[in-house]
Design a protein around this ligand. Structure first.
Ligand SMILES: [Zn+2]
Length: 340
């Protein structure tokens, strides 16, 4: 099995091309921005230094209304229904990534079955990307025990009904996001003439805030972190890296909302999750939009001593959370000014 088989030419090309595009799209703080906004963006950039610059620039710290256009311009295959899968890879000994560049799924092998995080966009992507990717990694979809949907947007739940139908996998989502599905604001991006049909899952298992899912050798803690959606699920889980247990965090929703109320929610959620992450000693951060937290960039950069580049340490976790915090505050200042 390829542990860091991600140094495939195709992925590297994507990383290089996206890095180039991202740098062109950066500098969210323009001279027209309010001083408060500029100050928070600058603070985010200071925390980011040179190594986390891809976080502080553009997507996170830019104006909320620009995030989707920015993603369409800069993320390879974003919203392309025919975007190819990238080479699937083992991020850790027992945690795998399968999907496209723009988004995908993580699969945790617990030793007594698999926990899938997110389901791609539709049945076609499950058949053409998820299942072949799992086969390449030696993972049997009949071993899927749970499907955790991080939040109620099509790019995370669209493949869920097919997985449930074919493999009987229970679908887990927060109560607030089950309720939110009829209002899912991502629908217009995916209900299009040239796209495969969107099928929403029927209400299934409800995940509670603080719930712990124990299966095999895995323990997965769920935190309901509203902001990106009303019930975005974030997760803290223990994986192994070269046989050593390591605690990593999965922040469930990336793009910042524009409305004050949701920004306040996201800010509160971030700090709850940040505190819990520190209590648990989190030293790695992953997302089913891996490019947002720089996972591909870190992978491509590798590490000279052979250590896992996704293990950014507790300091790295604190810095990334700090960048989110400053970007949320920057957006808050923009939204406040617009409301007045
Ligand atoms: Zn989303």
């Amino acid at each position: 099995m390829k542990r860091f088989g991600l140094y495939s030419l195709s992925l590297l090309a994507l990383v290089i091309s996206s890095g180039h595009a991202t740098s062109q799209a950066s500098a969210p703080a323009t001279q027209e921005e309010l001083p408060a906004v500029v100050a928070h963006v600058q603070r985010a950039q200071e925390i980011a230094g040179s190594d986390w610059r891809f976080l502080s620039d553009g997507f996170l710290c830019g104006p909320a209304e620009n995030t989707i256009p920015l993603a369409i311009r800069t993320i390879p295959g974003f919203l392309d229904p025919d975007a190819p899968g990238i080479e699937p890879f083992a991020a850790f000994d027992n945690l795998y990534y399968v999907g496209m560049y723009a988004w995908g799924a993580f699969i945790l092998d617990t030793g007594e079955g698999l926990i899938l995080f997110d389901a791609l966009t539709n049945e076609r992507q499950v058949k053409e990307i998820l299942l072949p990717g799992m086969a390449e990694l030696g993972l049997d979809p009949n071993d899927l025990k749970y499907l955790v949907v991080t939040h109620g947007h099509v790019d995370h739940y669209g493949g869920a009904p097919y997985l449930k139908q074919e493999f009987g996998v229970p679908i887990m989502m927060s109560e607030a996001d089950w309720d939110y599905l009829p209002d899912d604001i991502s629908m217009p991006y995916f209900v299009k003439a040239n796209y495969p049909p969107v099928i929403q899952p029927e209400r299934d298992r409800v995940v509670q805030d603080g719930e712990v899912l124990a299966l095999g050798n895995a323990s997965v803690t769920f935190v309901v972190t509203p902001g990106h959606t009303p019930g975005t699920l974030s997760t803290i889980l223990t994986v192994t890296d070269q046989g050593e247990p390591r605690t990593v965090a999965m922040w469930g929703g990336q793009a910042l909302p524009g409305a004050i109320r949701e920004l306040n929610q996201m800010h509160d959620s971030l700090h709850r999750f940040w505190n819990l992450g520190n209590e648990r000693g989190v030293e790695g951060l992953i997302s089913t939009h891996p490019w947002v937290v720089g996972n591909f960039e870190l992978h491509a950069r590798g590490s000279e001593d052979g250590s896992n580049p996704l293990l950014i340490g507790q300091d790295g976790f604190n810095r990334v959370m700090g960048i989110y915090d400053e970007c949320i505050k920057a957006q808050f200042a923009r939204s406040l000014a617009q409301d007045q």
